[in-house]
Design a protein around this ligand. Structure first.
Ligand code: TRH
Length: 379
């Protein structure tokens, strides 16, 4: 057992804390490490872990010691492995204390990208003042990267749940949703998106009925406008043509997995929900986190190229067109209609893709291996 410190600065939204909280739990539960998760914004943490406190200096959940990251930073002994998530700046006093042991490993856990350059940068060292070295650890979809976060029993639990209609029904009922016979179930988690109206028009006019499940979040504003409603709240339901809309509360992180597992299509965003939708084994629609100067488009295209490589070319092109329309915020109606015959193929492909990714070491296992290699090198 080693001591691991993970530092999380909540920049925006829930992705930073979503990823680090998941990683911390996995390192504790599966690798048996003593994990401290330092968080500068506990409000975001509590949304994912509703039993937690927004103000406790320290608290324990799921085998992890969750610490408030205070300013000034207290004098603590640094852990054996130190992870700064997404290039957050470690406290200077902590860095200074890290110089006492050359076997300590310092990692910067980077954002996920399917771009080619990632494998070339994964694991590279960066010399730091005081004789320290920091290593870049990149998640990724291909050999030579750090892999994806995936709990050991995730796919077993997911498949058991998807094979159990009454468990799904009970879960959906707990959210106030009764599944209509023959309806397509879609979850919607996205940033503000001007493309929503066109998609909803298409769903409402469709011959097949759909139920759209929308947890509270940024996209509700566009939904309100489309519905012509002043204010939407969890529990609200609205019908327009073939489309039934259910507004849900923002659920705990494990329940969000169950929601994804129930649905035939998941619209997701950011980094963490994007990965969870892939593990759900169902088609997905990604609203990528927009970056300055459009840098996110390269990431989107890199993923589409990888994901679509084994699909028939016309289906891959139509699927990519839908993702581009969603991220451009226009053209959804047409892009959606052009994909209608492709769903059986996309469904099969989603499972195949999930299996392909699951055949690779997960991120926590890859981190553990990296640490062991480092120890043998540093010895
Ligand atoms: O919240 P996000 O938009 O976070 C983003 C991204 O991570 C992005 O890469 C990063 O740069 C930016 O923040 C700062 O999307 P993401 O990553 O999907 O995180 C959402 C988390 O919220 C994820 O862990 C799933 C969780 N979630 C719930 O627990 N319950 C819910 O009801 C919903 C909708 C999400």
């Amino acid at each position: 057992m080693a001591r691991w410190d993970i530092f999380c600065s909540v920049v925006d939204n829930y992705g930073d804390i979503g990823v680090t909280w998941r990683l911390a739990r996995q390192l504790a539960a599966e690798q048996g490490h003593a994990v401290r998760l330092w968080v500068d914004e506990l409000d975001a943490f509590v949304r994912l872990c509703p039993g937690a406190s927004t103000s406790a200096e320290w608290q324990h959940h799921s085998g992890v010691e969750v610490r408030q990251w205070p300013e000034p930073f207290p004098a603590v002994a640094p852990a054996d492995v130190v992870i700064e998530a997404f290039a957050c700046q470690l406290p200077p006093s902590y860095i200074e204390a890290m110089t006492d042991d050359s076997r300590r490993l310092w990692l910067n856990l980077e954002y996920l990208s399917a771009e080619d350059w990632v494998a070339g940068c994964h694991g590279l060292p960066s010399p730091q003042p005081g004789g320290l070295q920091k290593f870049f650890f990149f998640p990724g979809f291909v050999a030579g990267t750090g892999g994806l976060l995936r709990d050991a029993d995730l796919l077993t639990r997911r498949r058991a749940f998807q094979a159990d209609a009454s468990a799904q029904q009970a879960f959906l009922r707990s959210l106030g949703v009764v599944r209509e016979a023959g309806a397509r179930l879609i979850s919607l988690f996205a940033y503000e998106n001007a493309g929503l109206a066109g998609w909803l028009d298409a769903l409402a006019a469709d011959t097949q009925s759909s139920q759209l499940l929308v947890p509270q979040g940024k996209v509700l504003g566009d939904l309100q406008v489309w519905l012509g409603e002043a204010q939407l709240a969890p529990g609200d339901q609205h019908r327009r043509g073939s489309l039934q809309i259910h507004v849900l509360p923002f659920v705990a992180q494990d329940d969000y997995d169950r929601l994804l597992w129930c649905c035939d299509l998941n619209a997701v965003r950011g980094e963490d929900s994007f990965i969870r939708a892939q593990w759900a084994g169902r088609p997905l629609l990604w609203h990528i986190y927009p970056q300055e100067e459009g840098a996110h488009w390269d990431k989107l295209e890199a993923f589409l190229a990888l994901y679509g490589a084994e699909l028939p070319s016309e289906i891959s092109a139509a699927y990519a067109a839908l993702w581009r329309a969603w991220n451009e915020g226009s053209g959804m109606e047409q892009a959606w209609l052009e994909l209608q015959d492709a769903w059986p193929t996309l469904q099969q492909h989603a499972e195949r893709w999930c299996d392909l990714q699951a055949a690779r070491p997960d991120l926590a296992t890859a981190l553990e291996q990296f640490y062991r290699n480092w120890l043998s090198y540093a010895a």
